[in-house]
Write a protein that binds this ligand. Structure first.
Ligand SMILES: [Zn+2]
Length: 250
């Protein structure tokens, strides 16, 4: 998917196969419009680096094309950098507030798309695994620890990043049951008619479904009968009242 593009001033040349997707934090407020502000900062000569994408609670902005090196977490070649708008201050509980949750959902969607596009495994990789050449998704701090070429601790400067939740969001779509799994689940619940010739399926119990429907129909019928007799009784009383009225008028 194409995202609004605000090109960063600083970037390198073409990059080869993508090894990892690196998650950063901007040290700026987690608010709508935050991503554009950071992207505009990346356009200025004051910015020391860049990233491929910046995400806030409302949108994703692209700043460097995927096939171009961005300056975000050295060694940069063969990596994609995603900045999340977060102040890197305050309680780690901020990651579960409404704004952060919305941003994490957007970022997870972006990671899922990028991983699929560049064939990056949907696994979180640690510093030791990065050193061992494992491909996947990681934090800037893991890259710093693995290669010692930067000293940034984001996105875990103020407490842990919610990795378990984030990886779950990334994989959510992958965990959707297949049509076959849904069919089999419904089948086992005995609410779907068996196709012709499949009556030998041991899980198919049409009689119990019919019995259930029959019970409901009978219950409704007895309710109707009850209402009918109530109506007849009311009519009889009405007749009596009318008779009395006529007698008193005449
Ligand atoms: Zn960073």
């Amino acid at each position: 998917m194409a995202y609004p593009y605000i090109g960063a001033l600083k970037h390198g040349g073409k990059q080869g196969k993508i090894q990892r997707i690196v998650i950063h934090a901007t040290v700026s407020p987690c608010v709508r419009g935050g991503a554009r502000n950071v992207a505009k900062y990346f356009q200025s000569s004051a910015a020391g680096g860049s990233a491929h994408y910046v995400v806030d609670p409302g949108e994703i902005i692209q700043c460097v094309k995927d096939d171009v090196v961005a300056y975000h977490a050295p060694p940069n070649t063969g990596t994609l950098g995603i900045e999340l708008c977060d102040p890197q201050a305050g309680s780690p509980k901020r990651w579960s507030n409404e704004a952060h949750q919305a941003m994490l959902v957007l970022a997870a969607k972006l990671v899922r798309e990028l991983a699929a596009k560049h064939d990056v495994p949907l696994v979180r990789v640690t510093a030791a695994q990065l050193r061992a050449g494992k491909r996947g998704i990681c934090s800037h701090v893991a890259v710093s620890d693995a290669f010692g070429q930067s000293d940034h601790g984001d996105p875990e400067v103020a407490g842990p990043f919610p990795w378990a939740k984030f990886m779950q969001l990334i994989k959510e779509e992958d965990d959707m049951p297949s049509p076959k799994e849904i069919y089999e689940a419904v089948w086992e619940q005995d609410v779907m008619a068996a196709p012709d010739g499949s009556k030998s399926n041991p899980t198919w119990k049409p009689s119990s479904v019919l019995t259930d429907v029959d019970k409901k129909v009978r219950a409704l019928q007895s309710q109707v009968t009850g209402l009918e007799s109530e109506l007849a009784a009311t009519n009889a009383k009405l007749d009596q009242v009318l008779t009395l009225l006529r007698a008193s008028v005449s």
